[in-house]
Write a protein that binds this ligand. Structure first.
Ligand SMILES: Nc1ncnc2c1ncn2[C@@H]1O[C@H](COP(=O)(O)OP(=O)(O)OP(=O)(O)O)[C@@H](O)[C@H]1O
Length: 341
């Protein structure tokens, strides 16, 4: 659905040249929810704005739904943009228009007749769960409801692609989850391709099929979400993965435990997909002459299956602990000794 080749965007500022997007190659498939994660300044906003030509590339190509966006006439570009909806962190609604009028806006621009417009607007209001709020003004809505209006407006022209620019960053965690669920629902119902940028791994974990990690204008790592969670290569990816796989206080808790008596080895086990359901700890206790102490653990759900991280303390003689490690590895569960020999 989307293919980027050798895409570059440089800005010339008073302080010199800034390369916001640096030779990016990327393919995003039809019907996929693709997440791009990175810290502030990595170039995410610039990259997503290049997809609908809100930014003009310095060099390279952007092809969306079979159209080479850089080679279109102004009229063709206007038409191509109708196939690419976009939602924003601060919603960008028209404050003097009601919910219905906001959603109808892109249809008016396209010249859709009034009766057809109304029908479509009512369908969209139901789709995003805003029944009964069509006559309200944006100032009368909660943040989550405002984003629902943004989503309905972005979908008005039946786009093939939806771009989400930090769409949940201004929302509280519960509202964030409800908007993410709506995006998954729309992706499934309409087969819409969704590209989102975020600095929160929680968003990626919850809804994306694939993820790309961006740093200094480049994509430093990409792949299916579970694969990247299981084997993050880059240090920055590891930091992002930790955001969702380890409870915040893990490091502190473990530090205290390392100082305590009787803590032999501390192992970190990483389970992915079906592995997360195996009764591994039970098997270890039954099979080996060791004491197992569960220190901390977390299982999270991703679009491709569960992902879990578990910290256990294992006491026993060294050879027996070695056998435990071999046993865990045989079961294809990743294990790392984070304390002990
Ligand atoms: N219009 C512009 N003019 C000059 N420099 C720009 C412009 N837009 C972005 N930049 C620069 O490009 C780099 C990437 O910015 P960008 O906003 O794309 O990053 P980001 O990852 O989206 O960060 P954030 O989440 O903070 O917006 C930054 O160094 C930024 O200062």
């Amino acid at each position: 659905m989307i293919s980027l080749s050798d895409l570059v965007k440089t800005f010339h500022t008073r302080d010199g040249k800034v390369t916001a997007v640096d030779h990016i190659q990327l393919t995003i498939d039809e019907g996929e929810i693709f997440g791009i994660i990175g810290y502030s300044g990595a170039g995410k906003s610039t990259l997503i704005r290049l997809l609908n030509m809100l930014e003009t590339p310095t060099s390279g190509e952007v092809v969306v739904a079979g159209k080479n966006m850089g080679r279109l006439t102004k009229q063709q570009l206007r038409e191509a943009r109708q196939e690419i909806g976009m939602i924003f962190q601060h919603f960008n609604l028209l404050w003097s228009r009601t919910v219905k009028e906001n959603i109808a806006f892109p249809l008016e621009i396209k010249g859709v007749p009034k009766a057809e417009r109304e029908k479509r607007v009512n369908e969209l209001i139901s789709l995003v769960g805003l029944d009964g709020r069509g006559g309200s003004y944006p100032s009368q809505l909660s943040g989550g409801q405002k984003q629902r209006v943004g989503i309905a407006r972005a979908l008005a022209n039946n786009p093939k692609v939806l771009l989400c620019d930090e769409a949940t960053s201004a929302l509280d965690p519960k509202t964030t989850d409800s908007i993410l669920e709506l995006l998954v629902d729309i992706n499934k119902k309409l087969g819409l391709t969704i590209v989102l940028i975020t600095h929160e791994m929680h968003v990626i974990r919850k809804i994306c099929h694939r993820v790309a990690v961006m740093e200094h204008g480049k994509i430093v790592e990409q792949g299916p979400v579970l694969d990247v969670f299981k084997r993050p290569r880059e240090q920055m990816t590891k930091e992002f993965v930790k955001q969702v796989t380890e409870p915040e206080e893990t490091e502190e808790t473990l530090k205290h435990l390392f100082g305590a008596d009787g803590i032999g080895h501390v192992l970190q086990l990483t389970f992915v997909g079906g592995d997360a359901k195996k009764p591994l700890i039970n098997d270890i206790i039954r099979t080996f002459d060791v004491t197992v102490n569960i220190l901390q653990g977390k299982i999270s759900q991703t679009q491709n299956g569960p992902y879990g991280s578990l910290f256990i303390g294992v006491e026993g003689d060294r050879q027996e602990v070695q056998k435990v490690l071999e046993y865990i590895r045989e079961k294809h569960v990743s294990v790392e000794v984070i304390h002990g020999e």
